[in-house]
Design a protein around this ligand. Structure first.
Ligand code: ADE
Ligand code: ZN
Length: 325
């Protein structure tokens, strides 16, 4: 049997965590006070109680308004630093961190403050023993024009970004809505990933578009690929990475999709386990792995495979991977 100590102890990479999803109630209250914002909650319990949701849409309805407390460069720094300390406790050696600039620039926060705060934390995280890089996501419920504007705001900071992603509400927002901006990002040499969340409307069609029309290297979530054996074969042949998040799944669908995660893993696909929005789901990466391990009787070799996959599909230069695997 796999113990929590074994899971925590194994060196791992985290590839699917949203920095805005690491906002713990303590920091939310601290930043609200610092910035003089009335968030309507005064205690940690009150903040926790506001974290109530049973679908992706209702989760996002809580998630975006909470970001109001993030105002200054330093706030983004503190948020990312808090996560990196948790990452260290989980023996995460390497992390790729999603962030949503449009959720901040749409409130009047300068793009520069968001990226400079996060990037400064990523640099300081190295002293903790955690290497990390930023993945900028477009909000898919905003327009492609807004994504292009965001892409152009990012370009002067291009060396601070390791890849581009796509997140937020999937309904009526298929990957191909963003075909032009992702084609440009690929041409400019950025790595590409996209959310294809669990059991969303047209999930398998979104996965098909992401793989065959956009040409992503990874899919975030993506276990619905099992609905199409040909796409599973394609993903296997092309070493496509899957960043699965069991506890997040159990919040938005009441099913952690453990059976599907393991089926893909045992078929030899590059599956990983990650936390997604750990402050909201109260589960950091080792907790996610442990819940999956206990509920589905994982063996040590499965945990080792998950950890190995996490470094394999990480966007680390090949020669540096040897340091980790
Ligand atoms: N933003 C933060 N978490 C997300 C998720 N699980 N799906 C889509 N967008 C998100
Ligand atoms: Zn996510």
């Amino acid at each position: 049997n796999v113990t929590k100590e074994f899971i925590v102890g194994i060196p791992k990479a985290e590839l699917h965590v949203h920095l805005e999803g690491t906002l713990e109630p303590e920091l939310k209250l601290e930043l609200a006070k610092k910035n003089g914002i009335d968030i309507g909650q005064k205690t940690i319990e009150e903040v926790r109680q506001s974290y109530e949701f049973d679908s992706l849409t209702s989760f996002l309805g809580v998630y975006y308004p909470a970001m109001e407390v993030l105002q200054k460069e330093e706030d983004f720094y503190l948020l990312a630093m808090d996560y990196l300390k948790k990452a260290k406790d989980n023996n995460v050696k390497y992390a790729e961190l999603f962030f949503d600039p449009q959720a901040h620039t749409s409130r009047g926060v300068p793009f520069a403050d968001v990226i400079n705060g996060y990037y400064r934390a990523a640099k300081d995280g190295v002293a903790l023993g955690v290497e990390s890089h930023l993945i900028m996501c477009f909000l898919r419920d905003m327009s492609q024009e807004s994504a292009i504007e965001t892409y152009e705001q990012m370009l002067p900071y291009g060396d601070k970004i390791i890849g581009i992603g796509l997140d937020s509400d999937e309904r009526k927002n298929p990957p191909k809505k963003f075909a032009d901006v992702f084609a440009r990002a690929k041409e400019d040499g950025f790595n590409i990933t996209m959310h294809c969340d669990i059991d969303q409307e047209n999930s398998i069609e979104h996965i098909r578009q992401a793989l065959l029309e956009i040409g992503v290297q990874r899919i975030d979530h993506g276990t619905n690929i099992l609905e199409d054996a040909k796409l599973v074969e394609y993903a296997k042949e092309n070493g496509i990475g899957f960043t699965c998040c069991p506890v997040s799944n159990s919040f938005v669908t009441e099913d952690m999709k453990g059976k599907e995660i393991l089926e893909l893993l045992h078929k030899g696909l590059k599956v990983t386990v990650n936390s997604d929005d750990p402050a909201y789901f109260q589960s950091y990466i080792s907790d996610d792995m442990y819940v999956l391990a206990t509920k589905y009787n994982l063996e040590k070799k499965d945990i080792i495979q998950l950890a190995k996959n996490s470094f394999e599909i990480a966007w680390i230069p090949a020669e540096k991977k040897n340091e980790y695997i």
